[in-house]
Write a protein that binds this ligand. Structure first.
Ligand SMILES: CC(C)(COP(=O)(O)OP(=O)(O)OC[C@H]1O[C@@H](n2cnc3c(N)ncnc32)[C@H](O)[C@@H]1OP(=O)(O)O)[C@@H](O)C(=O)NCCC(=O)NCCS
Length: 215
């Protein structure tokens, strides 16, 4: 599926509307040749993978480099560690995500938010078999559109994982994260309390954030 370019504009507007104060978010439709946006050290840090994945990682870093430049941080490589977590420049937190043809990134100066996580997903119902893996009885999603509640739950848990992993260095499963979309909150088995904001048009995007000392 190739998305129309208007989706990039609509998504950028939707993400700007949900971003917490101080957090910059951007998106980019993944284009042929986007792997070339990887800085040499970034390209080296990303294990040899399919060209589509390198394009996606290049697109996400293109966004992040632009957002960092807005903060006065230029030409800094966002390396990928063996855990998969990206390395941000000193004083900056951030997160990257991509689906088949859209990349997103969020960055912020370290301040009242200690860590960020983001996920992007197609705005389509989550297949039942995946929902069964992701959902627990404690999750609350009734405020969300019924057709997209499962997809939102999935994206929220991935975003929470990306926000919490850099703090705790612990691999979590879906069952280790409890999401309350109604309240815009999640908790983890490591005791983290995580804030959530989300949008569903034109894509499902969830941003997770850990506030300082919110443990
Ligand atoms: C982190 C993870 C959830 C990402 O999911 P994904 O669908 O593969 O990919 P996404 O497009 O959503 O995100 C990819 C980005 O996540 C980021 N990322 C990967 N591992 C990360 C980690 N441990 N911590 C923080 N961010 C991470 C990277 O920036 C990556 O982008 P890059 O490859 O261009 O550098 C997944 O790779 C993973 O590590 N899973 C293991 C744990 C798990 O699945 N638990 C159940 C979910 S809670």
């Amino acid at each position: 599926m190739t998305r129309p370019p208007t989706e990039e504009i609509t998504l950028a507007e939707a993400m700007a509307a949900i971003a917490p104060v101080g957090v910059r978010i951007g998106c980019r439709m993944i284009r042929d040749g986007d792997a070339a946006h990887l800085l040499p050290n970034e390209a080296h840090s990303i294990p040899a993978r399919q060209p589509a994945m390198r394009r996606a990682s290049g697109a996400a870093r293109w966004i992040a480099h632009g957002l960092l430049a807005e903060l006065g941080v230029k030409d800094v490589a966002i390396l990928r560690t063996p855990s998969g977590a990206p390395v941000w420049p000193d004083g900056i937190i951030g997160s990257l995500a991509h689906d088949d043809d859209m990349a997103v990134a969020a960055v912020a100066p370290v301040g009242h938010i200690a860590s960020l996580g983001i996920d992007v997903e197609p705005a389509q119902p989550l297949p039942d078999d995946i929902f069964a893996l992701v959902a627990t009885p404690a999750d609350r999603t009734d405020a969300a559109d019924r057709h997209l509640a499962g997809r939102l739950l999935f994206a929220a848990k991935e975003a929470v994982y990306k926000a919490v992993y850099p703090l705790d260095r612990e691999v979590l499963g879906y069952e280790d994260i409890t999401v309350d979309l109604n309240a815009g909150r999640a908790t983890t088995k490591t005791g983290r309390k995580v804030g959530l904001v989300y949008g569903v048009v034109p894509l499902v995007v969830v941003l997770a954030f850990v506030e300082r000392k919110a443990r």
